[in-house]
Write a protein that binds this ligand. Sequence first.
Ligand code: DON
Length: 309
Amino acid sequence: MNAPFVSPIQDLLDDLHARLIEQRAGEVATYIPELGKADPEWFGLAVATLDGTVYEAGDSRVPFTIQSVSKPFVYALALQDRGLPDVLKQVGVEPTGDAFNAVRLEPYTGRPYNPMVNAGAIVTSTLVGGDTYEERRERILSGLSAFAGRELVVDHKVMDSEAATGDRNRALAYLMHGAGTLTCDVEESLRLYFEQCAALVTTTDLAVMTATLAGGGINPLTGETVVSVEAAAHALTVMATCGTYDYAGEWLVRAGLPAKSGVSGGLIAALPSQLGLGLFSPRLDPRGNSVRGVAACEELSQRFGLHLM
Ligand code: DON
């Protein structure tokens, strides 16, 4: 009798999990005190294809706060609601080669460099549709939920923990308010951004959310059009150039895919028109990227020839 069929994708996810779980380099982020409670051993992997198939391994159903992985999705929502020309007036699209929390704005324009660094993401949160803080808050949470294909909730402990310690983001927000690129109330803007970062997701959610971007804005599980083809393409483009901060260049050479990382240990990568990858492991390298996540993604890309160039 033939051995039962195991998809090569599932096979590789299981194999990567077994091998990379032994990799213990990197530290859990503690600058947001609540994040320091994460189990450093958590390791989840997931792949969602555009036909709606989801492959997963390890701790793929453990919830964690999305943090910076939210940024491309909220950018896509802002593009959908305001259009590229208006969004570009307030947030640029140039890579910085700097850390995610660098205190640096474009000379002359006062714009944050791009929507993937903290400064740019704080402004981007205020650009989604809605006239009030409450309306924008609802738009972000329901938008992220539509990307995931299920209702997401916020971890208020993590949100409050960041609000209590987020002086660097607060400084950035005041700087941008002074420069005229953050036009909403500073404390409300920060609250919106901290709340977005504290949305709870699983690795499987990340794969489905990323497959939605890869699929031109259509969620492969629900069939819902979440954002336009153009908004999804622009978000993927900025992920490619800026998604892993001061590792973005080397990342693109090695993995060759648009990607985004976050300090809770999440990492996404997209193969346009094909699939979305979700990885989660809280041990981070000094640039704030998940050590196991980066290793798994680079290997997946090499083994399946996903490099776009
Ligand atoms: O603003 C912050 O510092 C966090 N809420 C998110 C930063 C983040 O995830 C950076 N990613 N590597």
